[in-house]
Design a protein around this ligand. Sequence first.
Ligand code: GSH
Length: 255
Amino acid sequence: MSSLTLHHHPLSVCSMKVRLALEEKGLDWSSNVIDIVREQEQLEPWYVKLNPNGVIPTLEFNNGTTEVVTNSASIIRFIAALPEGNSLSPSNNHDIQLMDTLIDLADEVDLQILSYARHPSMEKSEKILDARINKSLLLAEQHPELKSNYLACAARSEKSKTFRVDAKHIKDIEQRAVESLSFAEEQLNGNTFLLGDTYSLADVIWTVVLSRLDLLGYTDWVDGNDFPLLASYYQRAQGRKSFTLAQVQNEWWDK
Ligand SMILES: N[C@@H](CCC(=O)N[C@@H](CS)C(=O)NCC(=O)O)C(=O)O
C-alpha cells in the first residue's frame, strides 16, 4: 500500500499543477500546507532538508521506502508514471515527445516573476520578498550546515525583486510566452485537447498556466483575441471537476 503526501500552498501556481495532476490521475493524497506567504515555512530547516531549494511543492511517495520528488514538472511526470489511477500519457512515441515539448514550454513560462511584477500591491509583495530574504539570512547564521541553501534562497528573492521591475526582462518573458502560446494554439487546431480527444499531462500544466495568465490580466491571451482556440480550450478545462477539486484558484496572495 503506497501513500502520497504533498507539501504545497493553496495559492501557489506550482502547487496547482501538482494538485491538478493528482486529481486527474484520481489518486488519494495527504496535504501538508506550507505557509509561503505569512510564515515563510518553506525556509524552516526540516523543510529545506527535504527540498534543498526551499520552495514548494514537494511530493513524498511512500511504498515501504520514501521517495522525495521536487520541482513541479518532475512531480507531475512522476505522478503520471505511477501504475495506478487514470492514464495521463499517450501511448505512441510521437505524442509522448509532443507532450514532453508542451510540458517544457509551459514550465518555462516564468510565472513567478510575472506574478511579482503584476501583483496589485507592489508594497505587499515586496514585504513578502523582504521577509524571505531576512529569514534566509538569519537562518543561514543559525544553521551553518544549510548556509549555502539559505544564501541561495536569499539570492533568489533578491533576483525576483530586481527582475520584477526590469521592463526588458519582463518583455523577454512575455515574448517567449507568446511563442509558447502560439505553439499550443497550433496543437488545438482540430483537437479538443492538446494531444487530441483525451486530457493529458500536457493539458494539466497548460490549464494552470492559462489560469495564472488570466489572474495576471493577460486578457488578450486568454479571452480569445490573440489565441481563440486556447480561449475556448481554457473554458473547457475550467469546466472539469478536477479544476475545482484541485483548487486552481484565481486569487491573489495577501499579507
Ligand atoms: N521550478 C520550481 C519552482 C518552485 C517555486 O518557485 N515555488 C514557489 C511557489 S509557486 C515558492 O515556493 N516560492 C517561495 C520562495 O521562493 O521562497 C517548481 O516548478 O516547482
